[in-house]
Design a protein around this ligand. Structure first.
Ligand SMILES: [Zn+2]
Length: 699
């Protein structure tokens, strides 16, 4: 049994893992029953590592049995015995997974990691057992075809449609023969995407560049040099980051060294021992065939069905609106950098490996922002309580009260209870802000308990960040980026708190990828709103408000290098869309040639010194991550949030009335409406790109 050989430092845990599945003393496992705490909050006081496996296994078994029962029900399908029954089948499993996933990301250990690996294939198989279950699908199909005569309320109708579409997307509507073919494609794709990830990892490792003379690394800080020293003491090795541009290029004085590091990044996985070109070709061709089997012209058409953008044509139209402004600005930035090169005595044409080095000089001259000057005005809990919470109170009328009686999984956490304007309870909010080794990088929001009227549940939500923990007795002071992150994650939280759905699978943040980052990015706008800023940005020692001069610097620094950054992003977003709009009969002869042509025909190669953020050969988001035909989402939600904020600016800004309208028409709607129509109804028009261009300083 595999799990017995997993490394585990705690012998007691090893012994308990040895128990056969789901045979724990169930009465003590807090995940096997509904929590008795307020808001059904997880009882971390009772929770132990050994509780996860039996609870997850029990959840899988329970759902399996429920699905079989629905599929084999001799009665004719009804909304209740089929749609609602399937919706309810995952309750136990979700309860266990919500807590398990939270700890797996924010407070993991060997036991959780081993269990995660063990459970991943079983959970994937569970999904197939539902969506490729022929009898179950036929029941949904019967209901779907007569959906208008079922007399369903709009949310129940949406639930039926949503499940039906998921069945369809998974291929449930195919003939038995085609289903077998689809399974083969899926299995091949799973193997290929894993292979891409592994090959890229090896190529990344191989691409690390070693410098033997200190002069080659002139300009790099002593700290970095120290940490990059070879074990044998024979030089310094610089590992590659995922992106084309490498952070150290901004400080390396030696032009040859810059070129060497850049080219190592640029040519990784393009030839040599760890070549991904063949894998890229196979993946895109297989995806095109899969889409064709499912009845679509190309993969993007298939995968964009449930998004706000809806189809590749809309995405491409969005790109073409941005490309001229982005490249024009990048062109002028290139001119400025070329001048900087000349002023430093350089006599050469700007190349991609020079960009960040000279852009850094331009930044220092024109946009310099000294974090150490700013941080004393951003004490972490002051930012949270007097900034993030304050803005939410002004907009939505909600209030916050700390609760010290709710159990947490780590002592660094705080818990707040949220109330409506009229005093009604709204939900529980946990913050877990400090970095530690047991936490993965980044910042995120999720639910311990999802809002649903079906189960009479209010949301229990958490935000996790990775702010550096100060030493004992010192305040936690944030950079402006971190302040924005806090507002961002709370924007997701608001989307979850204001959820007002009957069904958990349509609740709150369960929306398409090109919409889910909209409420969070939108909430960032309030960080610099004068009334909010005035309330929270005060010196932690003196109580003095942040000087206007610093605010201006923060604002200005936001427009630095935006031509470059938008162009490099568009280049990769565009590559993603072009790879996924090829038809099934297309034979890719040359991956690099395709890439070159893709950039050329969209005019994304006009500024020679601005390469794509990721080249195809190392574009993990789309070839091993979950972003195939979805990388555009980052820019799409950026458009939405600036456009939305523009509406607020034109209607009086931070007011209760504006907030309520946004809550009623957007934040409370979860996934119950067509996202495009929902947005348009609130905004009064389709989203426009102009506010985004203006915010980036491109207009
Ligand atoms: Zn986010």
């Amino acid at each position: 049994m595999a799990f017995l050989v997993m490394s585990c430092n705690n012998s007691k845990e090893n012994k308990e893992q040895n128990n056969s599945e789901a045979s724990m003393n169930d009465t003590e496992n807090p995940l096997l029953a509904e929590s008795t705490l307020p808001y059904f909050a997880p009882n971390f006081k009772l929770l132990k590592n050994e509780h996860f496996k039996p609870a997850i296994v029990a959840g899988i078994e329970q759902q399996k049995a429920a699905v079989e029962e629905i599929a084999n029900n001799p009665e004719d399908p009804t909304f209740e015995n089929t749609v609602l029954a399937l919706e309810k089948s995952g309750e136990q499993l979700n309860r266990a997974l919500q807590v398990f996933n939270a700890l797996g990301s924010a407070n993991t250990n060997d036991t959780i990691q081993a269990l995660d690996e063990e459970m991943a294939p079983r959970l994937a198989a569970q999904k197939d057992a539902i969506y490729l279950n022929e009898k179950l699908f036929q029941r949904f199909k019967t209901l779907y075809e007569k959906r208008q005569s079922l007399d369903l309320d709009s949310e129940s109708l949406k639930l039926l449609e949503n499940y039906y579409e998921d069945f369809e997307i998974a291929g449930a509507n195919l003939s038995a023969e085609d289903k077998e073919q689809l399974k083969k494609y899926n299995a091949q794709l799973a193997t290929l995407t894993t292979k891409f990830g592994k090959t890229l990892l090896a190529a990344n490792n191989d691409g690390a560049v070693t410098f033997t003379e200190k002069e080659q690394l002139s300009g790099v800080s002593e700290d970095v040099l120290q940490s990059r020293k070879n074990e044998k003491g024979e030089g310094w090795t610089i590992p590659l980051q995922n992106t084309t541009q490498q952070p150290l290029l901004a400080s390396m004085d030696n032009r040859d060294s810059r070129q060497k590091l850049f080219e190592s990044a640029w040519y990784r996985a393009d030839g040599g021992d760890h070549d991904t070109r063949g894998i890229v070709k196979e993946i895109v061709e297989l995806r095109a065939k899969k889409a064709q089997l499912l009845g679509f012209n190309n993969y993007a058409e298939w995968s964009l069905q449930k998004t706000m953008a809806k189809n590749p044509a809309n995405v491409n139209k969005f790109f073409s609106g941005l490309i001229p402004a982005a490249t024009a600005k990048a062109q002028s930035e290139a001119g400025e950098i070329q001048k900087m090169i000349a002023s430093k005595g350089g006599d050469f044409t700007l190349e991609p490996w020079d960009w960040n080095y000279y852009a850094e000089m331009v930044r220092k001259a024109k946009y310099d922002l000294d974090e150490n000057q700013i941080k004393p005005y951003f004490e972490m809990y002051t930012v949270l309580e007097k900034g993030v919470f304050y803005a939410a109170e002004k907009l939505y009328g909600i209030t916050f009260k700390e609760r010290k009686d709710i159990p947490v999984y780590h002592e660094d956490m705080r818990v707040y209870e949220l109330f409506e304007e009229n005093g009604d309870a709204l939900g529980l909010f946990y913050v877990d802000y400090f970095a530690r080794p047991s936490k993965r990088g980044g910042a995120w929001m999720s639910n311990f308990v999802t809002q649903s009227k079906l189960y009479n549940k209010k949301p229990v939500i958490y935000n996790v960040c990775n702010f550096p923990k100060p030493s004992e007795g010192k305040p936690a002071l944030l950079t402006y980026d971190e302040v924005e992150t806090m507002f961002h994650e709370f924007g997701h939280a608001l989307h979850g708190f204001f959820a007002d759905q009957e069904y958990p699978s349509l609740s709150g943040t369960a929306v398409a990828r090109d919409f889910v980052e909209f409420p969070s990015q939108f909430n960032e706008n309030w960080a610099l709103y004068p009334e909010v800023l005035k309330n929270y940005a005060v010196h932690y020692k003196t109580g003095e408000p942040i000087p206007q001069e610093l605010i201006d610097k923060i604002k200005k620094s936001g427009t630095f290098n935006q031509g470059y950054s938008l162009t490099e992003n568009l280049a990769s977003s565009n590559l993603d869309m072009q790879w996924h709009t090829i038809s099934a009969d297309k034979d890719i002869e040359d991956v690099n040639g395709f890439e070159k042509e893709a950039l050329h025909k969209t005019h994304l190669d006009v500024v020679h010194a601005v390469p794509p953020r990721y080249r195809s050969t190392y574009f993990a988001h789309i070839f091993s991550g979950g972003y195939a035909a979805g990388y555009y989402s980052y820019l799409w939600t950026e458009m939405l949030h600036h456009d939305a904020y523009n509406w607020f600016e034109n209607h009086g800004g931070l007011t209760r009335e504006n907030g309520q309208r946004f809550r009623d028409m957007i934040l409370s709607r979860g996934n119950t409406q067509d996202l495009e129509k929902m947005y348009k109804k609130w905004r009064g028009s389709d989203p426009k790109i102009e506010p985004m261009l203006k915010a980036r300083g491109l207009k």
